[in-house]
Ligand binder design. Structure first.
Ligand code: PEP
Ligand code: MG
Length: 326
C-alpha cells in the first residue's frame, strides 16, 4: 500500500485548490529522525525528548543532550523546522533517579513543565543543550502541559537566562529561536487568545486535550468511546485555538494522533491548521488525501462539523460529505 504513495515523496503538501500546509513527523529518537526524513516528512513537529531521560541511570548531561539534538537537526537541511519538546516526564513515566512520589492520579499530577519549573537546574540543562544545537539547524523549543500564563512566563524566563549565559560564554546559538507551547490542557485552549499574544506558536496535543476534555484516561481501553478527537467539544476547542493564533499572527500545528487521521484531516484543513505532525508512516497517505481536498470546500464542512452533537455524527457526516476519504 505504501508504494502507491511514493509519487508524493518529494511533492509539496498542497490542497487541490493550491493551499500549502506542512506535513511533519513526531519522533522519539535520533534514529526516528532519519526514518522521518526518508518518509517524506517536511520536518519534525514533535521531538519527544523523554527517551533521553528514560533510557538513562541518571539525569542526561548537557553534552549528551546537545549531541542528540544536533544529530536530529543534521538529519534534515538547515532550514527545516524541528520542534523540540522539553521533557514530558513524571506522572506515569517513572524515573527512579528522580525519586518522584507515587501518585493516585498521575495524569493529573506532578509532571512535565510542572517538574521542570520546580527543578529549574534540570530544566536549564536541557534548554542550554537545545540552544547550543540551535546553531546547527532551525530548532524551535516547545513546553508541554502548560496550564497557566504564569507557567509559560516562568519557562520563557529560564530560557532567556540560558540564552544570556551562553551568549556571555561566547557560545553560538540562535538568539531568535521560536518558543511555543503545547495546547493540551483545556484551560490553555480556553485562554488561547491570551497565550497567543506572548508565544511564537502553538501545537495542539490532542492525545491529552481529549483525555482532559472528556475526563477519560487515555490508557483505559474501556473508555475508548470517550477518547475520540472528533467529539464536537474537542473540535470547538481546536477551532478556538486556531482562531486565536491567527488573530495574533502566529502559526498553529497539531502533534496529537488526530493530525494523521483521515476523518480529521478535512476538518483541520477547513479550520485553517498550518502544520500537521504525525507518525512518519502517515505522512504520504495524508499528502495524497490533502491533494484531493479543496480547502475552500472544507471550510464549510468544518463549520458544519462544529455544530453537530456527537463524535459519531461528525464521523458519519465526514463519511457522507467528503467522498475523497474513501
Ligand atoms: C499529546 O498529548 O497529544 C501529545 C502529542 O503528547 P504526548 O502524546 O507525548 O502526551
Ligand atoms: Mg501530551
Amino acid at each position: 500500500r505504501q508504494e502507491q504513495y511514493q509519487t508524493y515523496l518529494n511533492q509539496p503538501s498542497m490542497s487541490a485548490d493550491g493551499v500549502q500546509v506542512e506535513l511533519v513527523a513526531n519522533i522519539g529518537s535520533v534514529k526516528d529522525a532519519e526514518q522521518a526524513a526518508a518518509s517524506g516528512a517536511e520536518g519534525i513537529g514533535l521531538f519527544r525528548t523523554e527517551f533521553l531521560y528514560m533510557d538513562a541511570e541518571e539525569l542526561p548531561s548537557e553534552e549528551m543532550q546537545f549531541d542528540a539534538y544536533r544529530k536530529v537537526a543534521e538529519a534534515f537541511g538547515p532550514e527545516t523546522p524541528i520542534v523540540i519538546r522539553t521533557s514530558d516526564i513524571g506522572g506515569d513515566k517513572e524515573l527512579a533517579y528522580l525519586n518522584l512520589p507515587k501518585e493516585d492520579n498521575p495524569f493529573l499530577g506532578y509532571r512535565a513543565i510542572r517538574i521542570c519549573l520546580d527543578r529549574a537546574d534540570m530544566f536549564k540543562t536541557q534548554l542550554r543543550a537545545i540552544l547550543r544545537a540551535s546553531a546547527f539547524g532551525n530548532l524551535k523549543v516547545m513546553f508541554p502541559m502548560v496550564a497557566t500564563l504564569g507557567e509559560w512566563r516562568q519557562a520563557k524566563s529560564i530560557l532567556d537566562e540560558a540564552k544570556q549565559e551562553l551568549t556571555e560564554a561566547g557560545i553560538a546559538l540562535n538568539r531568535n529561536i521560536e518558543a511555543g507551547i503545547m495546547i493540551e490542557i483545556p484551560a490553555a485552549a480556553i485562554l488561547a487568545d491570551k497565550f497567543a499574544k506572548e508565544v511564537d506558536f502553538f501545537s495542539i496535543g490532542t492525545n491529552d486535550l481529549v483525555q482532559y476534555t472528556m475526563a477519560a484516561d487515555r490508557m483505559n481501553p474501556k473508555l475508548g468511546y470517550l477518547n475520540d478527537p472528533l467529539h464536537p467539544a474537542v473540535l470547538q476547542l481546536i477551532d478556538r485555538v486556531i482562531a486565536a493564533a491567527h488573530a495574533n499572527g502566529k502559526w498553529v500545528g497539531m502533534c496529537g494522533e488526530m493530525a494523521g487521521q483521515k476523518h480529521a484531516l478535512p476538518i483541520l484543513l477547513g479550520l485553517g491548521l498550518d502544520e500537521f505532525s504525525m507518525s512518519a508512516s502517515a505522512v504520504l497517505p495524508a499528502r495524497a488525501l490533502l491533494a484531493k481536498l479543496s480547502k475552500q470546500n472544507m471550510k464549510a464542512i468544518a463549520q458544519a462539523a462544529l455544530e453537530l452533537g456527537s463524535a459519531e455524527e461528525v464521523r458519519a457526516y465526514i463519511e457522507e460529505h467528503v467522498s475523497e476519504i474513501h
